[in-house]
Design a protein around this ligand. Structure first.
Ligand code: NAD
Length: 466
């Protein structure tokens, strides 16, 4: 099935690359408009498949609209040929061009099943590639709806092909046949995918897991930070690669922050369904629910203290786990260093701002950090080892800055999405250098030595003036 899809995509690419970039990009500006107009339908499908709350579903709509519009507007500029300095002035004319790679395999997870496929497919396709997409097996309808809207916006048949069944079944075959892999998922699976790509010497971009820290520094506004912490930890029920799972609070704010954060968390409206005012919905699946529950049970059995939450809410849904705040978390507990990917956060007291920075960086992951405060936060930001650093917000300010790169340091990823880099990674740079008038060799009967002397003299002048 995969080989057939890749063959068809390869044939379609031959025609697709002939479509001018501006026309390819215009399709995605139209798609962006359609997504905004048809948001209710999209949110209904998202909620049906994932049970996320309505506002989290709306955030997917928003992200898709903004990012596909961004690539629709800026791609032609990013892909334009660039003049480069030649080997020798005047006689060598050099330019850099960006060629598509061919067939891109895109593998996406279930947590943002509309925005992630849309925003990975858009730059790949605008760059002149065709795509074979493997959406997660839990969320096929979101991917199908995405493709039908792309087609409605004018995307020709064969440019994007969806194969259902998921990466566990089809991933290996896709990696064996495609020319580049864009993978989003856990670090463990990312390693498997990266190894297979390395074996074939094809490019790989991986957006992987995180254990993202928040730092509440000495000059933070505690009330504002506590409200922000709720958004940062519990949006999309914590099933968000950039959301916060560890909070380091300087001693002087610790008691006040903990009290305010617990109060804000307990005020959240929990539920399942399309009521806009529900702040948090159930987890997507039994498997995800068990993973979250078991990590919390393990932590409590080893001495973690429950500040709020920790209960299963079968009255709402069999997969509902309350937003949970823990203290006394130590390194022998699974959730101390391992990603939970649920509505659970550990809070730690630290002596100074520098201690908070050190603890935040003491992890194998490096996806996002959130730092709260005034001058202290601005000073801390460049010292944090993560692909995005969000000051006075959890993650949305950096994730939605679509003109800037997004991705992970350390084991959180390879490569970046968003911005110029998020498009150019789907291309192969090619250098075209045209030699004019004379070759780079002795002229006529000139000896090699005379040629070397002449070049030395010319370069002496040239390197002084440029
Ligand atoms: P996962 O790694 O189990 O699955 C992710 C995707 O990979 C799914 O589509 C799955 O079908 C596919 N897959 C599974 N095995 C595969 C294989 N051997 N070859 C190819 N594909 C395979 O992850 P998950 O638990 O379903 O998703 C949550 C994870 O995704 C979390 O770790 C989260 O942090 C990460 N994530 C990262 C980002 C980011 O931008 N960095 C965004 C969203 C989610």
């Amino acid at each position: 099935m995969i080989n057939k899809a890749v063959d068809l995509a390869r044939k379609a690419q031959v025609e697709w690359v002939k479509v001018p970039v501006r026309e390819r990009a215009a399709i995605f500006r139209k798609f962006s408009k359609l997504v905004l107009e048809r948001q209710a339908e999209i949110m209904d499908v998202l909620q049906e498949e994932t049970h996320k709350n309505r506002l989290s579903a709306f955030e997917e709509v928003l992200d898709t609209v903004q990012l596909t519009h961004y690539y629709g507007r800026h791609s032609a500029k990013f892909l334009k040929d660039k003049k480069r300095s030649g080997a020798f002035p005047i006689i060598t004319k050099t330019r850099e061009v960006h060629r598509p790679i061919g067939v891109v395999g895109v593998i996406t997870p279930w947590n943002y099943p509309f925005t992630l496929p849309s925003t990975d497919v858009a730059p790949a396709v605008i760059a002149g590639n065709t795509v074979v997409l493997l959406p997660d097996e839990l969320t096929p309808k979101c991917a199908d709806l995405m493709l039908s809207l792309m087609r409605e916006a004018g995307l020709p048949d064969g440019v994007v092909t969806i194969v259902h069944g998921g990466g566990r079944v089809h991933g290996s075959e896709l990696i064996n046949a495609a020319d580049f892999i864009m993978f989003t998922g856990s670090t463990a699976t990312g390693r498997i995918v990266a190894k297979q790509c390395a074996e074939r010497l094809i490019g790989f971009s991986g957006e992987l897991g995180g254990k993202n820290p928040m730092l509440v520094l000495s000059d933070a506004d505690v009330a504002k930070t506590a409200k922000g912490a709720v958004r940062s930890c519990f949006a999309n029920s914590g099933q968000l690669c950039v959301s916060i799972e560890r909070i380091y609070v300087v001693e002087k704010h610790y008691d006040a922050f903990l009290k305010a954060f617990v109060a804000e968390t307990e005020a959240m409206k929990l539920g399942d369904g399309n009521d806009w005012e529900i702040d948090m919905g159930p987890l997507i699946s039994e498997k995800q629910f068990v993973r979250v529950r078991d990590q919390v049970t393990d932590a409590i059995s080893k001495g973690a203290k429950l500040q709020t939450g920790g209960r299963v809410r079968a009255d709402i849904s069999p997969t509902f786990f309350e937003p949970t705040i823990l203290t006394n978390v130590s390194d022998d507990m699974d959730l101390s260093r391992g990603e939970t990917f649920g509505p659970v956060v550990a809070i730690y007291k630290v002596a100074t701002d520098d201690d908070a920075i050190w603890k935040a960086n003491d992890t194998d992951y490096g996806l996002n950090s959130s730092v709260w405060g005034g001058a202290a936060a601005l000073k801390a930001a460049p010292q944090l080892e993560s692909g995005t650093v969000t000051v006075n917000e959890g993650f949305s300010a950096s994730f939605a800055s679509h003109d800037a790169p997004m991705g992970g340091m350390k084991t959180s990823g390879v490569g970046r999405r968003h911005g110029r880099q998020g498009l150019l990674k789907y291309t192969q740079p090619q250098t075209i250098a045209v030699q004019r008038l004379i070759g780079i060799a002795p002229i006529g009967k000139q000896t090699n030595q005379a040629f070397a002397k002449l070049v030395t003299a010319l370069l002496g002048v040239w390197n002084r003036i440029r």
